[in-house]
Design a protein around this ligand. Structure first.
Ligand code: HEC
Length: 193
């Protein structure tokens, strides 16, 4: 399915680097979190540690020759999308044998409904869905982000544990669900009910 990502991902370099910088900062926090967790459970890295790790990553990427850097960024993004696509089609996210693709085949909809207690919920297409978040969702009674929405489906429909927000699985699944919206209009808050 993801054959032409590199073609679609051609965005201005400064935009790419901005996104990468944010991603690397978050990745740095993750790496530090993991280290500190093994040392003392739940301890947060200091701000200085987080800044140091971000600077280290910035240096690593920005010191690359332009061509290598472009290749590196592209590879990171493609790898994330491929992993996200695998998760989308994997029953290991849940416990009932379902995958995201069971109800959203190819990122679309079966057109069917899912029973929720006394109610029937229409299965929406995910093409364009990422461009409607953050938005209000009834089950949460709150304005939620795309990774949180993905978790709603993990829990309610795959009977699985929610993916920790900020984890690689959560990010990559959100990256893939976002990719399904390419070419669609940005319609923040648009409801699918
Ligand atoms: C059993 C069917 C089913 C499965 C399996 C399922 N979903 Fe859903 N999905 C739904 C239904 C029904 C809704 C509408 C729920 C709502 O709006 O609260 C929905 C809504 C969504 C939305 C929000 C769409 C919008 O426009 O608001 C996203 C994003 C989403 N699903 C992603 C996923 C992901 C990712 C997975 C796999 C982890 C998944 N879904 C698995 C049935 C399913």
């Amino acid at each position: 399915m993801i054959t032409n990502i590199s073609r679609h991902l051609r965005v201005p370099f400064n935009v790419t680097m901005g996104i990468v910088a944010v991603g690397l900062t978050l990745a740095a926090c993750d790496a530090l979190n993991m280290k500190s967790e093994s040392a003392s459970a739940g301890a947060m890295p200091s701000i200085d540690q987080m800044i140091a790790m971000s600077m280290q990553n910035m240096k690593k990427v920005m010191m690359m020759p332009d061509k290598d850097r472009a290749q590196y960024v592209m590879t990171e993004q493609q790898t994330a999308l491929k992993h996200g696509e695998q998760l989308f089609g994997s029953s290991r996210l849940g416990t009932n044998g379902f995958t995201c693709a069971t109800c959203h085949p190819g990122g679309d909809t079966t057109g069917g409904k899912v029973p929720m207690g006394d109610m029937q919920m229409l299965i929406p297409t995910l093409k364009g869905a990422a461009l409607t978040f953050p938005k209000y969702k009834v089950p949460n009674d709150a304005v939620i982000t795309l990774p949180e929405m993905n978790n709603n489906c993990v829990v309610m429909f795959l009977k699985g544990q929610p993916l920790p927000l900020g984890s690689k699985d959560s990010r990559d699944l959100a990256a893939y669900v976002s990719y399904l919206s390419q070419g669609k209009a940005y319609t923040p808050g648009k409801q699918s009910m």
